[in-house]
Design a protein around this ligand. Sequence first.
Ligand code: ATP
Length: 518
Amino acid sequence: MADKSQRSDVTLDTIVSLCKRRGIIFPGSEIYGGLQGTFDYGPIGAELKRNVKDAWWRSMVQERFDIEGVDTCVLLHPSVWKASGHVENFTDPLCDSLGPSRKRYRADHIEETECSLYRIADVTDGEPKPVEGAEIWAPAKKKAKEFYQTWWEKHLGLEGRRVKLEEVEGSATTGRFSPDDGGRLTDPRMFNLMLSTALGPVEDSSARVFLRPETAQGIFIAYETARAAARRKLPFGLAQQGKSFRNEITPRNFIFRTREFEQMEMEFFCKPEEFCRNGERTDMEWFDYWRNSRLDWYVRYGIDRDHLKFYDHPKEKLSHYSRGTTDIEYLYPIGWQELEGIAHRGNYDLSQHMEHSGRDLRYFDPQVEQHYVPYVIEPAAGTDRAVLAFLCDAYREEVVTRGDEGKESRRVVLGLHNDLAPIKAAVLPLLQNRPDLVEMARKLAADLKRHTNAVYDDTGAIGKLYRRQDEIGTPYCITVDVDSLEDQAVTVRHRDTMEQERIGADRIVGWVREHLSA
Ligand code: ATP
């Protein structure tokens, strides 16, 4: 596999602008100027996200004999988060730039650097002082100078005044520096990412509850009830999808990192190796199985295998209870980043909830006639990160030549997998001013709608309508023309090849259904 580190075919800006132009995904609370770290999904985006979730649910729950679905609460008893370790450990290191941008960063996203220190030299008494400790990392010096220059001119009206930097004792030291203004960053301080709210009318500390930062804990606390209800023996899994909330220090990169997002998580409860019989998969074998199976899922739904890779967390960086963690990384336009995490969580979560709740969550294994706490393998995917990956991989721009004169035009296509395409078929009358044609097209769209997500559109010339459907990924456009009234046939145009074929109108529902499931 080619280990590329950058995409040349698509940028994040391209995807963001397509999403905005077509109202697929756009900033939350937009009419009030937006709310940082939140995004709304419009009509096409909502269908796309629903399709991603349905594809996951089908392959993780409905197609399997060993997994059940659950739907647990966003608000959980405060003790859950004490038991899980989130109150104490669900923190990120936060630091601020001492430069004028005052930007905030996650310290673990910024490398410590060996550097020379600089300070702004040309500030004399009576003039605005640079911020305290505005020292600049040598390689970022140029950037910082430009930044300070523009900032001074804009905020302080110091046009024509040249920013000068002077080296402080040429000292080499280690520290973190802002990639935006070159300013030195403060020492990291830990910041808990859980968002809280108050239950009931009295807002005292006893009413304080957290909005879940992951869906997994809901599964652990419902584990025994769900297992008994489904009469399950090990190994088996419980899966769920839903919203999670994290007060991210630096929400950025569109829907990649937001403060409200969706997750698709599955907890697979299995036997520790010592309780396995011959031929039974051990916990480590299940871990391996889920790593591969989850990566295959993305490929199955259209992601280029070369845009996916595993990142195995080094043993020394694993939590004490974990026997292995692997991220599936995707080559986003911003570089390789985590798309999904697969963790072997040992028996940590169930043991913690046993201790804090006083409930016995051990499993009685009739084969060995013993009680023990199951091991858990957790594939945890982010729905919005998956949506972004599918969008990036499906996006392409093509130059199309048409007509005898060879007229060239550009088309944007989302080559989405049929199962993920928001709209499956669009019925388009060639002429909008022919009532008989419009009537036939509307009837066809209504027939199709009973089976799949079809639309009717007569708001433009046919070429324009095709382009509109191409850029939201509709696999089939069905055109009703004047001949259709005579021969009772319509033209089907394929999104990817733009090939057209004539099909009898009475066969169209069957044709579309057959092709969608092919
Ligand atoms: P990161 O290191 O990027 O913050 P994480 O390792 O904390 O992510 P997990 O706790 O393993 O993430 O969550 C499982 C999945 O949920 C991630 O792989 C990702 O797809 C998704 N996810 C986590 N945080 C966010 C977020 N703030 N916005 C969107 N998706 C997220």
